[in-house]
Ligand binder design. Structure first.
Ligand code: HEM
Ligand code: HEM
Length: 172
């Protein structure tokens, strides 16, 4: 079946979706390993620095994605009821809010300068103390919320796809 281009998300939105999916799934899984599994000091330091640099570079791409989501209409899924489409749009909105919370709290929890692959260095916006500890806790809980939302998102795509609603074709 051929999908007309106005049924799919634009090429730019599709690319940004898959870039976000890669970065976010990687950062969620590797960040959890960093926080909860015993890793050698070298691996811990490398992974911590790599993830901070990667997610900092990701911020402008995510902001562009957010602007496009606000400016461009969502392609309709006519196989779903209007109520189901509204529910999906609300779920997607929550994912955007959770990613914003994760990125914002990540920057404000920094307690030492963060090198970005030798290109530049981000200085911590706040002095280490109660405020950075608050943002570290916010980072932790917003990551848990984002992980749950992403799991729900992937499950919803699989369930609809199995019922014959061709959601994936909108994003491929
Ligand atoms: C393997 C993992 C993933 C698959 C298979 C997948 C699949 C899809 C599909 C098929 C859509 C179109 C749904 C529709 O328009 O009704 C979509 C939209 C969306 N996905 Fe994913 N996704 C994945 C991972 C992620 C991740 C990690 C995020 C986190 C940022 C994410 C965020 C979104 C958002 C926000 C939308 C709505 C786009 C918009 O309308 O602005 N997805 N995804
Ligand atoms: C895509 C967005 C991001 C995701 C999914 C993510 C995910 C995570 C996760 C799962 C953890 C472990 C948290 C815990 O439960 O204790 C973590 C830790 C951390 N994140 Fe993020 N993060 C993101 C963005 C950022 C950004 C933009 C920064 C700062 C520039 C940042 C800085 C940190 C720091 C400093 C830690 C503590 C790492 C350590 O213990 O060495 N994160 N992140």
């Amino acid at each position: 079946m051929n999908i007309s281009t106005d049924y799919r998300y634009s090429g730019l939105r599709r690319s940004l979706h898959w870039l976000s999916a890669l970065v976010i799934i990687w950062a969620l899984i590797s960040g959890t390993c960093l926080a909860f599994f015993p890793l050698t000091a070298d691996v811990q330091q490398w992974l911590g620095r790599f993830n901070v640099a990667l997610t900092l570079l990701f911020i402008p791409f995510f902001l562009l994605r957010l602007v496009l989501a606000v400016l461009q209409p969502k392609p309709a899924t006519t196989a779903l009821t209007v109520r189901q489409q509204r529910l999906a749009a609300t779920g997607h909105g929550l994912i955007y809010v959770a990613v914003l919370a994760v990125l914002f709290s990540g920057v404000f929890m920094l307690e030492r300068p963060a090198p970005v692959f030798g290109l530049t260095e981000l200085m911590p916006p706040l002095r280490a103390g109660a405020a950075t500890a608050f943002f570290a806790a916010l980072h932790h809980y917003s990551c848990v919320l984002l992980a749950l939302l992403v799991l729900g998102h992937i499950a919803a795509v699989i369930v609809h796809q199995r019922r014959g609603v061709r959601l994936m074709q909108k994003m491929l």
